[in-house]
Ligand binder design. Structure first.
Ligand code: GDP
Ligand code: MG
Length: 284
C-alpha cells in the first residue's frame, strides 16, 4: 500500500522553509531571499519516492500582522498547518532550542497533526558547537543535502496509507504563470533594496505558451509613483535587470526560451486594501 499526504513546512520567517522545499523537491520552485517574509502564498512541491508521495506546502512565515497583506499571509500559514497530515516545524539549529510551535504560531490549541521539529541551517553551526537534539527531532542543511533522507523517513511514518494524489513525475501543482509571477518577485527581492521589495506585487497579463519563445507580459506593481521611478531606474536599467534575472529563472523551470516583457505601474496602498489583495491573488 502506498502512502500520500500533506507535509506543512512551518516556522518563523527566514528559518529556511522555502530553501528546504526546493532541496526536497530538487527544483527551484519557492522563492528564497535573505530578506524575511518573501513568501506570500503557499507553494506546493511534490516528491514521490518509492511507495510514498509527499505533498509539501511552503507557507508564509508565522508573523505578527502589521498590515492587511500580513493578515492574509498569516491566515494562509495557519490554514496550511490546519490542513496538514504532518507539520515540519523548522527552526535554525544556531538558535536551539526551538520554542513551542503553539507559542510561535499563537495557536489556541495544539494542531491536529503531529509535529516534527526540524533544526535547519546546520552548516552554520560548527560540529563542536552542535547541541544535542531530541532523538525524535531532525537536523538538516539544505545546501549540503544533509539530513534529508532521515527527515523523509521520519515524515513518511506520519503519512496515511493512500493512493498517490498526483502523477509520480510531477513536481508542482500550480500553473506556470504563478511561478512566472513569483520569479519576477524573487528578482525584485534580489535587485531592489531595503523596504521596496515588500511594496512589489506582480500580475501576469499575458502568458502565451505553445510557441518558442514563450511570451509573457507582466505588470510590476508598486505603491507610490516615487517607487515606480526606482523600479524603472535610469533609462529603464533596473526594470531591465529584473526582467533578465526573472527570465533566467522562468526558462530554467519551463525548459524553453522565454520572452518576458515587464511594465511598472502604481497600485496605491495595495498591501492595505482587501480589493487589491484579492485581485493579486493574495486574499481568498
Ligand atoms: P523562509 O523565509 O523560511 O522561507 O526562508 P528562506 O528559505 O527564504 O531562507 C532564508 C535565508 O536563509 C536565505 O538567505 C537562504 O539562503 C538561507 N538558508 C536557508 N536554508 C539554509 C541552510 O540550510 N544553510 C544556510 N547556510 N543558509 C540557509
Ligand atoms: Mg519562504
Amino acid at each position: 500500500m502506498t502512502r500520500c499526504g500533506v507535509v506543512a513546512l512551518a516556522g518563523k520567517p527566514n528559518v529556511g522553509k522555502s530553501t528546504l522545499l526546493n532541496a526536497l523537491v530538487g527544483e527551484h520552485l519557492a522563492i528564497v531571499s535573505p530578506k524575511p517574509q518573501s513568501t506570500r502564498l503557499p507553494v506546493v512541491g511534490l516528491l514521490t519516492r518509492a511507495d510514498t508521495q509527499f505533498i509539501f506546502t511552503d507557507s508564509p512565515g508565522l508573523l505578527e500582522p502589521e498590515y492587511k497583506l500580513h493578515e492574509t499571509m498569516r491566515a494562509a500559514a495557519l490554514r496550511a498547518i490546519a490542513d496538514a497530515e504532518v507539520i515540519a516545524y523548522l527552526h535554525p539549529l544556531a538558535a536551539f532550542p526551538a520554542p513551542d510551535l503553539l507559542s510561535v504560531a499563537r495557536l489556541e490549541k495544539p494542531p491536529r497533526a503531529p509535529v516534527v521539529t526540524v533544526y535547519t541551517k546546520a552548516d552554520l553551526v560548527p560540529p563542536s558547537d552542535r547541541p544535542t537534539v531530541w532523538p525524535s527531532d531532525c537536523v538538516v542543511s539544505a545546501p549540503r543535502g544533509e539530513g534529508l533522507d532521515r527527515l523523509l523517513d521520519t515524515l513518511r511514518a506520519h503519512l496515511p496509507e493512500s493512493p498517490f494524489h498526483y502523477d509520480p513525475d510531477a513536481m508542482a501543482t500550480q500553473p506556470m504563470r504563478f511561478f512566472a509571477a513569483e520569479f519576477v518577485r524573487e528578482a525584485a527581492f534580489e535587485l531592489l533594496h531595503e523596504e521596496l521589495p515588500y511594496s512589489v506585487a506582480v500580475e501576469i497579463d499575458e502568458f502565451r505558451e505553445g510557441q518558442e519563445p514563450v511570451y509573457i507580459r507582466a505588470v510590476v506593481y508598486v505603491e507610490r509613483a516615487s517607487q515606480k521611478g526606482i523600479v524603472i531606474g535610469e533609462g529603464g536599467r533596473t526594470i531591465k535587470a529584473i526582467g533578465q534575472t526573472a527570465r533566467g529563472k522562468i526558462e530554467a523551470l519551463l525548459g524553453t526560451r522565454v520572452f518576458l516583457e515587464l511594465h511598472a505601474k502604481v497600485l496605491p496602498k495595495w498591501r492595505r486594501q482587501l480589493s487589491s489583495l484579492k485581485r493579486l491573488g493574495y486574499a481568498g
